[in-house]
Design a protein around this ligand. Structure first.
Ligand code: PEP
Ligand code: MG
Length: 588
């Protein structure tokens, strides 16, 4: 078969974007353009009638959204479907609705103008925040505005899409993505959006390949064009040549066979041909995923993102509520271990509205927030300790950037333990305390940190972002977000050596561990554990069982001498070819 690189060389029919949901699809494009609504500011004579029209449009919008929310709940977990619940809540916001009605009466102009103006104010506030997360949410609100105005103008959602087409659009709202999936769309391509856009999140949940952030796909692709979407690498091939069509059809078939063949690895260990075992653990983002972890053959939970509880509950659970959550989690996974990460609040994650930060990624995030809000931190520590009675919990601290933060955290944990002893509460007094190394300052001094703690988990998502000074969610600079950069590889090597020096375990829980192409290199660098999305574990196992640790180590030694990302990628790919391992990349 033709090699991947040769296939694309000099290829003018390739559009590059961000690989948002994995998979390969070949099919006809459906160019989705939303009808531009003309918003009238014409005067009205009867405000009661205008308000009644507005209320009718609101009712219809709620009806539509309720239906979409119902489909979402059927197809996705609670957290993901909550996007639509949040939209419904905006439609019930008494301040927004009251303002609109008041203005209709006062200004005596068409309600569609007032609706557009009022909702745009919301959006502007979000857009000027300069955060990709808030910008994505502003897009969601655009959907609500569009929906109400469309209903005021008594127009219906236009999409005569046939089944089995690839939707290409400037952007897609969560509702568009979901409704198209009902029409069995094969894939999604958008000009805008990053990895955290809702179109991307929903595509991943629904297992529909997607490439986002292409900038201009919707102008380059025409309705009915045959295109290939490679959601593994973030490419779209337009008007494919026969060679390209054959290559990707073959690849699709192979992929299907691989997925079918993976089941046999469930009961086998992740051990290299020369006997080195790698611990494959699962990352858990939402409660619903625990069932998958249990059946996934993961050795335990390497990262439990506890801040997700706050999203799920939409409130801050007290000590007892947290104790119940962590106890349930620990007993479900028992006798395996769960690594609970302290709330990583701030940055692109759950935020408290009282903190307005111009640059949240460099702001009050992770441990910085927790030490600033010590009472809240203590509540979580006490709950984790109370749930640790069966000795299968580890506790991990995110965003550590100074040794002081480690010392202070240990002190607080020690004080919480003393309190619980006095209260005669049983807990694991030897509970292992670790840190995430995801800030360059912690990476540089990894040796000193390793002397203070029980384990290290490398958070490559943030580590790469901070090492390369590149926003992990910004599609404009995604070419600089380089997992295989020599800087990243050498930094990981430095951290692993520091951990080994202190004889403490070291793992990776960032997305890099789920990139199957990176696995031999990471094993060769000496990582003890890799923690990844549970659905990737069998892919990883298949790869690990196909090479020798000795060879992976030689690969790592060679890569550590490289000067560029390309050189490292070449060596990694050659390793796969030399060892006859399928290079099907899987980033889930
Ligand atoms: C990381 O930064 O790699 C990580 C695992 O944490 P998060 O993605 O939750 O920031
Ligand atoms: Mg992180």
């Amino acid at each position: 078969m033709k090699s991947f690189t040769n296939l694309y060389k000099n290829s003018e029919n390739k559009i590059t974007g961000i690989a948002a949901a994995p998979g390969i699809v070949i099919g006809k494009a459906y160019l989705f353009t939303k009808e531009k609504l003309n918003i009238s500011k014409a005067p009205i004579t009867n405000s009661d009638e205008a308000i009644s029209n507005f209320e009718e449009a609101l009712k219809q919008s709620k009806k539509e959204l309720n239906k979409i929310f119902g489909i979402a709940r059927e197809k996705m977990d609670n957290v993901r479907s909550a996007i639509f619940e949040a939209q419904l809540m905006i439609l019930d916001d008494p301040i927004l609705l009251g303002n609109i009605e008041k203005r209709i009466k006062a200004e005596m102009v068409q309600p569609e103008f007032i609706v557009s103006d009022e909702i745009s104010k919301y959006q502007e506030l979000m857009i000027i925040s300069h955060e990709s997360y808030m910008k994505e949410r502003a897009q969601d609100i655009e959907d609500i505005k569009y929906r109400i105005i469309r209903n005021l103008q008594k127009k219906r959602w236009q999409s005569k899409i046939e089944k089995n087409l690839i939707v290409v659009s400037e952007s897609l709202t969560p509702a568009d993505t979901l409704l198209f999936s009902r029409r069995e769309s094969l894939g999604f391509v958008t000009d805008h959006g990053g990895l955290t856009s809702h179109a991307a999140i929903i595509s991943r949940s629904l297992n529909i390949p997607a490439v986002v952030g292409t900038h201009n796909a919707s102008t380059l692709i025409k309705d009915g064009d045959t295109i290939i979407v490679d959601g593994f690498h973030g490419y779209i091939i337009t008007d494919p040549t026969e060679v390209q069509l054959n290559f990707f059809t073959e690849k699709q078939k192979k992929l299907f066979e691989i997925q079918k063949g993976l089941e046999e690895f469930k009961d086998k260990p992740a051990v290299t041909l020369d006997g080195k075992e790698v611990n494959l653990e699962a990352n858990v983002d939402v409660t619903g995923e625990i069932d998958i972890v249990i059946t996934s053959s993961a050795k335990g939970i390497g990262l439990y993102r506890s801040e997700q509880i706050l999203n799920e509950l939409e409130s801050f659970p007290d000590e007892n509520e947290q104790t119940v959550i962590y106890s349930k989690l620990a007993s479900r996974i028992y006798p395996k271990f769960v690594t609970i990460r302290a709330f990583d609040i701030g940055g692109d994650k759950f935020r408290f509205s009282e903190y307005k930060e111009p640059n949240p990624f460099l702001g009050l995030r992770g441990i910085r927030f927790l030490l600033e809000n010590e009472k809240l931190f203590r509540t979580q520590i006490r709950a984790v300790l109370k749930a640790s009675e069966n000795k299968n919990i580890k506790f991990m601290i995110p965003m550590i950037s100074t040794l002081d933060e480690v010392w202070r955290s240990k002190e607080i944990i020690h004080e919480c333990k003393s309190e619980l002893k006095k209260e005669k509460v049983k807990f694991d007094n030897q509970i292992k305390i670790g840190i995430m190394v995801e800030v360059p300052s912690a990476a540089v001094m990894a040796k000193e940190y390793a002397e203070e703690i029980d384990f290290i988990s490398i958070g490559t998502n943030d580590l790469i972002q901070y090492l390369m000074a590149v926003d992990r969610g910004n599609d404009l600079v995604s070419n600089l977000y380089q997992e295989f950069s020599p800087v990243v590889i050498r930094t990981i090597d430095h951290i692993v050596k520091a951990a080994k020096h202190s004889k403490i375990p070291v793992s990776i829980c960032g997305e890099m561990a789920a990139d199957t192409l990176a696995i031999p290199l990471l094993v060769g660098l000496g990582l003890d554990s890799l923690s990844m999305s549970p659905v990737t574990i069998l892919y990883a196992k298949r790869i690990i069982r196909d090479f020798k640790f000795k060879d992976a180590k030689a690969l790592a030694d060679e890569c550590l001498k490289c000067k560029t990302e390309i050189e490292i990628q070449k060596k990694v790919k050659k390793f796969f070819d030399d060892n006859n391992i399928s290079r099907t990349r899987n980033i889930l």
